[in-house]
Design a protein. Structure first.
Length: 227
């Protein structure tokens, strides 16, 4: 038991570190869409993202080695492969319009880092409310970025920038929609559906958790009265 405590602490520190780095890399992805950056700034961010990708790859390799069923591990963690692709690949292809048109859709692969972030959050032990809050934030980021990529190229869409996309994601996640922003593309509606079900799931999980806590406290009071 004593030897397992330090191992759990090291695992927790590792997961928290990777979570922070993954969040930072996601912020970098958004920065390319939100900010006007010069070449040196872009390449500096690509360099940081490359380091994050190497760390993600090293973590994946470590977990793969410790797994007893390696093939099953690879199949169940397939989403981590696109998450490990560094953004510098996109920068290297920016100079070629032909190659850029072929790999332009690869920017969608950045969304897989959000899936990896979900997995990391679930692995971090702690308060259920903190975990659910973190899951809600990640869901909003995923929904906003996804709906922006799906809707912004469409001239009939009501969502044309990330600011509108984030506002729509917050409205949808909180189940309070004003109706000024809505998806019109097939992919956008799929993303909206996923976000709606995620919002319902997180909301009812919070309600169930609080109800269980109240029942537990009530039972504890009854037990104390009997004593």
């Amino acid at each position: 038991m004593k030897s397992s405590a330090p191992n759990q602490r090291r695992t927790l520190i590792k997961n928290v570190t990777i979570t922070v780095l993954t969040v930072a890399s996601i912020i970098i992805i958004f920065s390319e869409y939100l900010l006007t950056l010069d070449t040196s700034q872009i390449w500096a961010m690509y360099g940081f993202d490359l380091i994050v990708s190497i760390i993600l790859a090293a973590d994946f390799t470590s977990r793969l080695k410790s797994s007893d069923t390696k093939l099953k591990f690879i199949i169940t963690h397939w989403y981590e492969f696109p998450a490990m692709i560094p953004l510098v690949i996109y920068g290297l292809t920016d100079s070629s319009s032909v190659i850029q048109s072929m790999v332009g859709s690869m920017r969608y692969l950045a969304l897989f880092r959000l899936i990896r972030l979900y997995n990391l959050i679930l692995m971090i032990k702690g308060s259920e409310i903190i975990v659910l809050s973190a899951a809600a934030v990640v869901t909003i980021i995923f929904g906003a970025f996804g709906i922006y990529l799906a809707e912004s190229p469409n001239p009939d869409a009501s969502i044309h920038n990330l600011y509108d996309a984030f506002w729509w994601a917050v409205e949808t996640m909180t189940t309070v929609a004003y109706g000024e922003y809505y998806p019109v593309t097939f992919l956008g509606r799929i993303i909206a559906g996923v976000l709606m079900f995620a919002a319902i799931g997180i909301l009812w999980t919070v309600v169930a958790f609080n109800t269980a806590k109240l029942v537990e406290q009530s039972e504890a009071v009854k037990l104390w009265d009997l004593i």
